[in-house]
Design a protein around this ligand. Sequence first.
Ligand code: NAD
Length: 284
Amino acid sequence: MTAKIIDGVAVSTAIRTEIAQRVVALRDKGVTPGLAVIVVGSDPASAVYVRNKMRACAEVGIRSFKYEFAADCAPEPVLDLIAELNSRADVHGILVQLPLPAHFPIPQILQTISADKDVDGFHLYNVGGLVVGDTVFPPCTPYGVVKLLEHEGIEIEGKNVVVVGASNIVGKPMALMLMQRDATVCICHAKTRDLAQFTILADILVVAAGKPNLILPQMVRTGAVVIDVGINRLPSGRLVGDTDFEGLRKKVSYITPVPGGVGPMTVTMLLANTVASAERMSAR
Ligand code: NAD
């Protein structure tokens, strides 16, 4: 078997074209969707992510506003800025780029963002919504994975799904979103004993652990669907996911590459959440 390689760039481009059309429709009503991005410190990886997000906003016609703070600043000015952005009519989405410096109270920062503008989907209101299957803003990375599966016509209902990784940002919301679509879901993490005994059962395997070569061909079922969320930079500088891509593609039915799989979808779903927010606000 040779896997179909899921082209996240192509799927992203198609979704971004639709998003750009929705932005035009909003503009006709006098609304320009706006995303505020708050950056604290000068983490080089964060700088790249923020640049990509703002460029993607510009490409679909979303206005973005960037606010930068020094790494040693106190949390209060950031909390004050969030409060101001919460009440601004030209801002439909607010995101605080993570990670934050260690002295920042991340839960308090995330809970200060209005649940109506929480385009990353990290506010407890939206996390709770995910649990009951009625969230306002699905978190961008798992949302992107669902869109990739839908785009490929991969059925989720009734399938055995194994999610490797249990973070609040990827693994847990991923599991909830797939359970909501009637999959039978198993979550594995760093303390799971004998990972392979679980992964071998997966019809759909989503891996988000941040460990290169964690998933080897003998750990997956022939014909499984493998979604590799991991992003790891090897000492050589090469970017890889969490799976043995070359080994797996000879055994599975679908696989996402790294780069060019889930990564572009994450930014695309941020755009989708921002436009959806602007549509909701303009309909009020
Ligand atoms: P995290 O470090 O917060 O969580 C990692 C999870 O993996 C934890 O639950 C941990 O228990 C589990 N884990 C670690 N080692 C494991 C092992 N050996 N076996 C089983 N489980 C193990 O990371 P995160 O924020 O969830 O990100 C995970 C990966 O996904 C990273 O590589 C990150 O860069 C990547 N990521 C990609 C995107 C994207 O857009 N493609 C977005 C977010 C994160």
